[in-house]
Design a protein around this ligand. Structure first.
Ligand code: GLN
Length: 496
């Protein structure tokens, strides 16, 4: 595609990036002008991109917003970063996030919370008088950097909704591609079976242009979808995809999953969604109610699986091989590595990461394995089967044949989030002490609409569709069959 990039208005001077960023806290590191190696004449030479701080870069730090990695600079560029550089993109900095990607509100960061910049770019209210709302997490910095026009686009990661949720809260587009389509090499792992790298930007066209650059097979990523699998998926999309042409969308079958309007959904967000549906129907698309009955189990299964994988991934930060080294206190036996581990890990990891490690380690212990970990895997299979049952396009990764061709839907459409951006706790202190069970659950529930597509590895994109009754952005999500990323992107464009 020939997307044109409106050079972000703050690019001209690192200083003004700094000014805007001081209020939003989206970038934890701003690239020096010298680092901006702009190469003209390539596809992205006019494009400025910010990179989430869990994606490795050689010329900027990679802290994962953790005290554990505050001093870490990677000796390698992630494949996605290399691809952007090769296309001439300018990297403007690293974006704030929840520690190691664990969180939904971008409040669990050693660099402090990200402030949703929505009012910053949309009102005349002075900063002091503005409502401080969350940018969403864990990729809140990436969403906020795009929304505040510090860059044209941002790279981010999505394990259970970390791109789509902040995109929805900040009023930008966020794409989580099919699992395995974009390389994860050089991206710090949170939960390997779920982690995806994706793209955020103001418009779908920019997202598409960057997705096209990044979606190349990378032999360095052992979980990358193989070239023949990609071809099979492309053929399946061609054969069973919608056959509309020109302005008309007739022939496009859009599924509306009834389980995605749960009790927790704030009715405040429904009006903009209805408008998109009206618009699609007016253009000729058929709206078809569908049921994905296992949806209500997805959130629990997600937190068991993601914590289990996280507990294993976090084991490498022991203060010796990787990460912060904390001298054990006087009197303790320093020759015991366990002492070094315990002190380094207690000092290096924040509360939320420590909680996930405990939860995950428990789910993997002999006593709990069957009841928690295996049960969650069974739920994951049910979720996958739910999606395969409603899509018109076969899942090329699945061995069980489907027989709903011609009847199924091409994409699903649902609200991205159960509400508009929640208010930020006003003080650091509140963030740390708001650890009542209720508020923790509240944060986890934000992911209820995004985790099913993550568990099934499906492409999903949040597109801003207007504003709730409180005047804050609302996003709609388009979800497609595995490998139908392009279809999801193209239908997302119709929802803008
Ligand atoms: N909020 C979810 C979690 O904390 C999702 C995070 C993500 O997608 N990285 O696990």
């Amino acid at each position: 595609g020939s997307a044109t990039f409106s050079l972000s208005r703050h690019l001209s001077s690192t200083n003004s990036i700094g000014q805007v960023n001081a209020s939003v806290n989206a970038l934890i590191h701003v690239a020096s002008q010298a680092n901006e190696s702009r190469r003209s004449g390539r596809g992205l030479s006019d494009c400025t991109v910010a990179v989430k701080d869990n994606i490795c870069t050689t010329d900027m730090p990679t802290t994962c917003s953790s005290r554990m990695l505050l001093d870490f600079t990677s000796p390698v560029d992630a494949t996605v970063v290399q691809l952007l550089r090769d296309e001439g993109a300018t990297l403007v900095g690293k974006t704030n996030c929840d520690e190691f990607g664990m969180g939904s509100l971008n409040t669990y960061s050693v660099h402090g919370p990200v402030v949703n910049p929505f009012q910053a770019t949309n009102s005349d209210v002075a900063w002091e008088n503005r409502e401080r709302r969350s940018a969403g997490g864990s990729s809140g910095g990436s969403a906020a950097a795009v929304a505040a026009e510090l860059c044209d686009a941002a790279l981010a990661t999505d394990t259970g909704g970390s791109i789509r949720l902040p995109a929805s809260y900040c009023g930008v587009v966020g794409l989580k591609p099919s699992y395995g389509i974009i390389s994860r090499w050089g991206v710090v792992s949170y939960a390997d079976s779920l982690d995806c790298v994706g793209v955020m930007a103001k418009g779908v066209r920019t997202v598409k242009a960057i997705f096209n650059v990044l979606s190349a097979y990378d032999p360095k990523d052992p979980t990358a979808a193989r070239v023949d699998t990609r071809h099979k998926a492309a053929t399946a999309c061609q054969e069973h995809g919608p056959r509309h042409s020109g302005r008309s969308l007739s022939g496009l079958r859009v599924g509306i999953p009834q389980e995605y309007f749960p009790m927790e959904l704030n009715p405040n967000t429904l009006k903009p969604l209805r408008r998109v549906l009206e618009h699609l129907r007016a253009r000729g698309a058929s709206l078809i109610p569908v049921s994905l009955p296992s949806t209500s189990y997805a959130l629990s299964a997600y937190y068991v699986i993601s914590s289990a994988e996280a507990s294993s991934n976090m084991a490498r930060y022991d203060g010796i091989e990787y990460g912060l080294y904390k001298e054990p206190p006087p009197g303790s036996d320093k020759t015991k590595t366990a002492n070094v581990y315990a002190h380094s890990r207690s000092a290096g990891f924040g509360k939320e990461v420590q909680k996930r490690i405990l939860l995950g380690t428990y789910a993997l212990s002999a006593d709990a394995f069957d009841n928690y970990f295996l049960q969650a895997q069974r739920v994951r299979n049910l979720i996958r089967a739910d999606f395969d049952r409603v899509f018109a396009i076969p899942n090329v990764l699945s061995s069980t044949p489907q027989n709903n061709f011609g009847e199924g839907v091409h994409v699903l459409l649902h609200p991205s989030a159960i509400r508009t951006a929640p208010p930020l706790p006003s003080l650091e202190h509140d963030i740390d002490s708001s650890k009542s069970d209720a508020s923790i659950l509240d944060a986890y529930v934000q992911d209820v609409l995004t985790v099913p597509a993550s568990l099934a590895g499906l492409p999903a994109m949040s597109v801003p569709t207007g504003f709730g009754e409180d005047g804050w952005p609302v996003g709609v999500s388009i979800v497609g069959q595995w490998g139908c990323d392009e279809m999801v992107i193209d239908i997302g464009r119709e929802c803008e």
